[in-house]
Design a protein around this ligand. Structure first.
Ligand code: C2O
Ligand code: CU
Ligand code: CU
Length: 491
């Protein structure tokens, strides 16, 4: 690993303002950025004026100059009885991200963005990962209900050269999951450098809904990145990650037929929150982190923080061949849909999708607070303490349902956080006594918490699995400096 300087400089006497990157080397401190940078006057200008990817930069080429690929679905090495077996190497790979330039990334299986695993509810998956990288790694299935030994606990690592088989029982409803590195202190850099991929659980119970499927069911991972003029990936200040990638390509175009599509969006950026708008067609939200919503919802804009997923249907049948529809974030375009041809479409969006189970009765209430200690090198805290793998912060009896109030304790500093819980999905009950937002709908495992605000959620540990699982802020430069804690599920 790089030996990082940990100096923190706060600019202008304004704590909510700029954090400066020291001139030499990469500062981990500088990777911790205040919230709302994109909405504060000076930084907004800085953001838009000097670092925003506009497509005008000669080294990156114009927007919509490359097609968006769809990550390849991995074929099992072997399928027997009720199990599909896969093997994936974790290795460096030279890939083309910016037109005409080669970038060295970390990869699953040699492809930036990883192969997609398509699993099925009720059918077991075994994945053997081989670490061909020079640093310890591990793999976490985000959103997965899996045994503790296969959860990718931060200290449960694959050393260089080692292989390891993870077991995913898939005893859960259909949902858009993803897998990524979770190695203690190095997860942020590893994920940034490319260790993320899709893991989709298809649920036979969804088939009768006749949602768009096959080639019309398209996963799209969104993230940002910073490159130098030679195309080398730069791991530094998150505010300088000015290139927006959709399935690993900068502001690409994607050709669609004039019919309905299901798009599964994942935000796999370390820190960026997207607020997505689509010009020229409706976004019909059908799912969130934990899969389908009870009913479709028409959305004008959708917030998607680090780690979150949203599923939408877009019906291009009202568009004509030649139409171009831009999906944009407040910082600029993300992706353009180019309508090419009319085509028959027998899919639909039924008025009822998947009911949510009633919330069970609960007696346990817990408080969780996320904050920074900025007295020296920045340290991430949960309930006042940095992560300690030898300490069980909460002991939870399996089969119980609990209400957690999670507070962003950095109101005065202005840092944005979010909250991610391993093992189970939860429901958002309220936000500082106000009703949840549209972005909070359905089953969630990751939820944004603005500075100084709190969220109440209910999680049910109806769990077949015992042992240790973590929960943390999914701004990965926060969790990697300690904003993480763990629970122990006991009989
Ligand atoms: Cu997506 Cu604990 O992580
Ligand atoms: Cu997770
Ligand atoms: Cu955070």
């Amino acid at each position: 690993m790089l030996n990082r300087r940990k100096a923190l400089t706060l600019g202008g006497g304004l704590l909510g303002g700029a954090l400066f990157l020291p001139a030499c080397g990469t500062s981990q401190a500088a990777m911790i950025r205040p919230a709302g940078h994109a909405t504060q006057g000076t930084l907004l200008q800085q953001h838009h004026g000097s670092v925003l990817y506009t497509g005008a930069d000669a080294s990156t080429g114009a927007a919509y100059s490359v097609p968006m690929p769809v990550p390849q679905v991995l074929t099992p090495l072997e399928s027997k009885d009720n199990t599909d077996i896969y093997r994936i190497a974790i290795e460096q790979a030279n890939v083309q991200i910016l037109p005409g330039l080669t970038t060295q990334m970390l990869s699953y299986g040699g492809r930036f963005g990883g192969p997609t695993i398509r699993a099925r509810t009720g059918r077991r998956v075994l994945v053997t990962y081989q670490n061909r990288h020079t640093e310890p790694v591990n793999v976490h299935l985000h959103g997965g209900h899996v045994p503790a030994a296969s959860d990718g606990h931060p200290t449960d690592l694959l050393q260089p050269g080692q292989s390891r088989t993870y077991e995913y029982p898939n005893r859960q409803q259909g949902a858009t999951l993803w897998y990524h590195d979770h190695s203690h202190h190095t997860e942020a850099e590893h994920v940034y450098r490319g260790l993320h991929g899709f893991y989709l659980i298809e649920d036979p119970a969804e088939a009768s809904l006749r949602l768009p499927d096959g080639e019309f069911d398209v996963p799209i991972m969104l993230r940002d990145a910073q490159f130098d003029e030679r195309g080398t990936l730069v791991y530094g200040d998150p505010r300088l990650r000015n290139v927006i990638l959709a399935n690993g390509k900068p502001q690409p175009y994607f050709q669609v037929a004039a019919r309905k599509y299901r798009f599964r969006f994942l935000n796999c950026a370390n820190e960026r929150t997207f607020r997505l708008r689509l010009g020229g067609a409706e976004m019909i939200q059908i799912g969130s982190d934990g899969g389908l919503l009870p009913a479709p919802v028409i959305r004008s804009d959708i917030g998607l923080g680090p780690g979150e997923r949203t599923e939408i249907v877009v019906d291009f049948s009202r568009n004509k061949p030649g139409d171009q529809l831009v999906l944009a974030d407040e910082t600029g375009p993300v992706l353009r849909f180019d309508v090419t041809r009319p085509v028959a479409d027998h899919s639909r969006v039924p008025a009822a999708l998947r009911p949510l189970a009633a919330l069970p009765a609960t007696k346990t209430n817990r408080e969780v607070s996320l904050s920074f200690d900025l007295s020296g090198d920045p340290v991430g805290l949960v309930n006042g303490r940095p992560y300690d793998p030898d300490r069980d912060d909460f002991v939870i009896r399996r089969g119980t349902s609990e209400i957690w109030r999670v507070t962003n304790g950095d109101g005065s500093f202005g840092f944005e956080h979010n909250f991610h819980l391993h093992l189970v999905q939860f429901r958002i009950l309220d936000r500082d006594s106000q009703p949840p937002t549209l972005d909070d709908a359905g089953l969630k495992d990751t939820v944004p918490i603005p500075a100084g605000k709190s969220v109440r959620l209910q999680a049910t540990f109806d769990s077949d699995y015992l042992g240790r699982y973590v929960y943390h802020c999914h701004f990965l430069e926060h969790s990697s400096v300690g904003m993480m804690a763990q629970m122990k599920i006991v009989p």
